[in-house]
Design a protein around this ligand. Structure first.
Ligand SMILES: Nc1ncnc2c1ncn2[C@@H]1O[C@H](COP(=O)(O)OP(=O)(O)OP(=O)(O)O)[C@@H](O)[C@H]1O
Ligand SMILES: [Mg+2]
Length: 296
């Protein structure tokens, strides 16, 4: 890299990207010995939950992990981004939660990477919040279905993409997981609603799932040119020094256009800055999991 003239900002950026690409290519990530189930949640809309779910899952699958994404949002955005069928007649997570259909019967392979699988969501899921109310063990339905499936099929990671609400679907996701991953958008209202989210997680931990903890916070849509973004980063790091990943996800056009091709940014433009950032975040998650293993 020393042959680069790194005196201009553009040359510096090019050199930086090349260095990061090489570092990622040389890395081999540890695989968890037990399945890690992460619920990606934030009741705020549009903070990057789905983008984070899809791209971390793709990045981990790219490094050889077996990864399952459960799309728990009636919008079905994760299903779209992973290129799996989710028209209204497709069997989906709705059938799993409401009709006791086994997960193995609805799971689809994503064309993105070997080892990447998706339980799709269809629009029927929009009614599930109400239908769940009258069902027995209404908070545990996803957990039971997932436990049965994980006894048949090995996955290293399961990511659950939540809708922007704290209703019964999100509660099902909290009960099914051990870890919560909270994406936080680097903007003015970033921390608004966060205490409500954390209180909910505490209640779930107390009453329904003692193993649940917020393991990971990821700052998304970072624009380093604004002071505001840097203030948000500082503030979130101060509040959650253990949980916040070092990697920041930049605001990137490539990230936002990948879903319209039914792709993650990892397959759409593997070495773009946005993809590199999600791959680095995935490495951090894999490596931190390894370090935390003894503590669990
Ligand atoms: N790093 C990024 N750079 C640019 N655009 C982004 C980035 N991350 C997400 N976006 C875009 O921002 C919008 C919201 O992202 P996303 O759908 O992931 O959020 P969400 O939290 O899942 O939303 P919802 O609450 O509706 O489920 C999408 O259009 C997405 O493409
Ligand atoms: Mg979403």
């Amino acid at each position: 890299m020393s042959s680069y003239d790194e005196t201009t900002p553009l040359a510096r950026e090019v050199a930086d990207i090349a260095r990061r690409r090489v570092a990622l290519a040389e890395q081999s990530l540890p695989l968890p010995r037990r399945t890690r189930v992460l619920t990606v949640a934030n009741q705020k809309g549009g903070v990057g939950k789905t983008t984070t779910t899809v791209n971390l899952a793709a990045a981990l699958a790219q490094t050889g992990a077996q990864v399952l994404v459960i799309d728990l949002d009636p919008q079905g955005n994760a299903s779209t981004a992973l290129g799996v069928e989710h028209r209204s007649e497709t069997r989906s997570v709705y059938d799993v939660i409401i009709n006791d259909v086994p997960m193995r019967d609805v799971v689809q392979k994503s064309p993105e990477f070997d080892g990447l699988w998706c339980v799709p969501a269809t629009i029927h899921l929009a009614g599930a919040e109400i239908e769940l109310v009258s069902l027995v063990a209404r908070e545990q339905r996803l957990r039971s279905a997932l436990e049965t499936y994980l006894a048949e099929q090995t996955f290293h990671y399961v990511f659950i993409d939540c809708p922007p609400s704290l209703g019964l679907l999100t509660i099902n996701a909290f009960v099914a997981a051990k870890e919560v991953l909270i994406p936080i958008q680097c903007e003015y209202y970033a921390l608004e609603g966060l205490s409500q989210l954390l209180n909910n997680i505490k209640l779930i931990e107390r009453h329904l799932n003692p193993d649940l903890k917020v393991s990971t916070i990821l700052l998304t849509m970072y624009d380093g040119r604004t002071n505001l973004a840097n203030q948000v980063v500082d503030e979130v790091r101060q509040h959650f020094p253990q949980q916040v990943l070092d990697t920041l996800i930049p605001r990137s056009v490539r990230i936002s256009e990948a879903p319209s091709y039914g792709q993650s940014v990892i397959s759409y433009d593997n070495n773009s800055p946005g993809s590199l950032s999600y791959r680095e975040a995935a490495s951090e998650i894999a490596i931190r999991g390894e370090h935390n293993r003894g503590a669990r």
